[in-house]
Design a protein around this ligand. Structure first.
Ligand code: CAA
Length: 260
């Protein structure tokens, strides 16, 4: 597929997706959201892609938010449509059947923070900054921030972040439980590839099924969640990967998973 504001490079089973509007600090306009929506559609069925990494072009920003220039003159109907477009793109990323890692290389603000939160695992450079500056612009988070953050850190912390618009460091985001790891800026991609390597070596169907269970755990009751877990656990036993994984254990060798 041809993209204008996104680049995709596939290297040894890992797709590196870069938001590529460095002049606007990779801000998300409608066109970029449309392209982001197409990324999971393109990568989902590619056998040569096991793990997806999302990052921002340049050294300064992951994504500095939704595009303020585009939003400036919107009316309420356009504002709602823009929010829905963001929800659609980020939900597609969140629900991909592959692990998506956010490599946060700089500012992750507003819609950029929300994009990172739609990913499964967030690794951040020690130079990264997170925050929801929306209220300083007279709006509030619109790409899922008001819903996803409280589920992660509880209402009190979510309200403080959203009501103040204050930026926090990567270390603070880590201490709040919003991100997985903070690494020295120059080692970010190296650390992300090491993580991807570990994930690539495991059973990909099992990961996909586990991702569905964990993803839905926040919205299902415990009874419903356990039913889903039992069903997906059962599905694992219909895969060649399960036979290979357990046979390899018994034979004391490394498994060779084929994602089948
Ligand atoms: N939208 C559009 N353009 C943006 C942008 C954004 N979100 N963020 C940065 N840019 C542009 C700037 O306008 C500037 O363009 P020009 O060179 O043409 O003037 C360029 O990127 C570089 O930015 P700065 O000169 O401002 O860089 P800086 O280093 O001085 O500051 C910054 C960096 C603190 C990130 C600052 O750019 C900033 O505050 N950006 C806006 C962040 C923000 O408010 N994000 C939330 C947007 S609202 C949202 O996301 C809603 C939602 O939930 C859906």
């Amino acid at each position: 597929m041809i993209y204008k504001n996104i680049t995709i490079e596939v290297k040894e089973g890992v797709a590196i997706v870069k938001v590529n509007r460095p002049k606007a600090l990779n801000a998300l306009n409608s066109e970029t959201l449309e392209e982001l929506k197409r990324v999971p559609e393109e990568l989902e069925n590619r056998k040569d892609v096991k793990v997806v990494v999302i990052t921002g072009e340049g050294d300064k920003a992951f994504v500095a938010g939704a595009d303020i220039l585009e939003m400036k003159d919107m009316d309420p109907v356009q504002g709602m449509a823009f929010s829905s477009k963001g929800h659609e793109a980020l939900s597609k990323i969140e629900n991909m059947g592959k692990v998506v890692i956010a490599a946060v290389n700089g500012y992750a603000l507003g819609g950029g923070f929300e994009l990172a939160l739609a990913c499964d695992i967030i690794y951040a450079s020690d130079k990264a900054r997170f925050g929801f500056p929306e209220v300083t612009l007279g709006i509030h988070p619109g790409f899922g921030g008001t819903q996803r953050v409280s589920k992660l850190v509880g209402l009190a912390k979510a309200k403080e972040l959203i009501f103040t618009g204050k930026m926090i460091t990567a270390e603070e985001a880590f201490n709040l439980g919003l991100i997985n790891k903070v690494v020295p800026h120059d080692e970010l991609m190296e650390e992300v590839f090491a993580l991807a390597e570990t994930i690539k070596g495991c059973g990909q169907i099992a990961i996909k099924l586990a991702k569905e269970c964990v993803g839905k755990s926040l919205s299902l009751s415990i009874e419903e969640g356990l039913k889903l877990e039992a069903a997906n656990f059962g599905l694992c036993f219909g895969t060649k990967d399960q036979k290979e994984g357990m046979t390899a254990f018994v034979e004391k060798r490394k498994p060779v998973f084929k994602g089948e």
